[in-house]
Design a binder for this molecule. Sequence first.
Ligand SMILES: Nc1ncnc2c1ncn2[C@@H]1O[C@H](COP(=O)(O)OP(=O)(O)OP(=O)(O)O)[C@@H](O)[C@H]1O
Length: 286
Amino acid sequence: MKYGADLGYALKNINLTINPGEKIGIVGRTGAGKSSLAKVLFRLIHENTSGSILIDGQDITEFGVGDYRPRLGMIPQESSLLDGSVRRNLDPLQQFSAEDMWASLIKCNMAKLVSSKDVSGESREKKSAYKVDQEHLQEEWQKAGWLRRMLLLILQKAPETLDPVEKPRLHGLDKSVQGCFGCFSSGQQQLFGLCRVIMRKRKIIVLDEATANVDLETDKMVQELIRKEFGDSTVLTIAHRLDTIMNSDRIIIMDRGTIAEIGTPQELLAKDGMFAQLVKTSDFGQ
Ligand SMILES: Nc1ncnc2c1ncn2[C@@H]1O[C@H](COP(=O)(O)OP(=O)(O)OP(=O)(O)O)[C@@H](O)[C@H]1O
């Protein structure tokens, strides 16, 4: 695979079989081809490629994009937030309930942050249409006599009765992240990416340095969460930190567009090759 006809190979002679449910760690120096491997898997590169990728025996070019992409989940190197509410960021296609979203925020240790008041300097203009609508219905309900309340109930225009737990959840989900990018560090934005992937049960997950911007403790939390949530899924973890991938079933060492070494961490350490050298020096050539 090349990024341009005149450029050198970003990937060459890749011959790799990954078993269902396997957890694969991918390491290598900067520019070794780790992200390129993820890009070809997601069919983001079409030109200047040769060879084929099969999933469950089927060539990925035979899948319609609509059938193919939903099988895969990715947390890219640079996770970014969309304009709008937390809800929109987690679920732009409105496929999930507030419970689903809240559960994933809790799992990713983001619920407290999203609930905290200082996430957004929310003005009335910035409130979501949903909240404004609910407030309007509340006002109408308060003013209404019993006959009008009956009518509102029949017309399904009564305000939602939110329990004390649900109320703060909805409040948090409807907070705007607009103009508030500074409120979320790049690590927290990556955790948002994790929340999105957790809500969607994908068979193949690629984490492309998904924890590059979080501290060691959070990285550990994320790895444990991924093991728990994606036990049956195939997970490819591209990492700079060796700690991130040491519990993988197998590790791939990329070097100048090829797979230089592949094996279990124990096999690679015993081999005393490139991986063992990386463990000794932690030198990723940055
Ligand atoms: N969009 C691009 N256009 C041209 N060349 C590219 C492009 N993206 C990557 N490359 C080149 O392809 C090769 C592999 O890059 P790739 O990003 O896959 O490496 P990587 O191992 O993921 O590096 P890093 O650890 O820095 O993310 C490098 O030589 C890089 O310069």
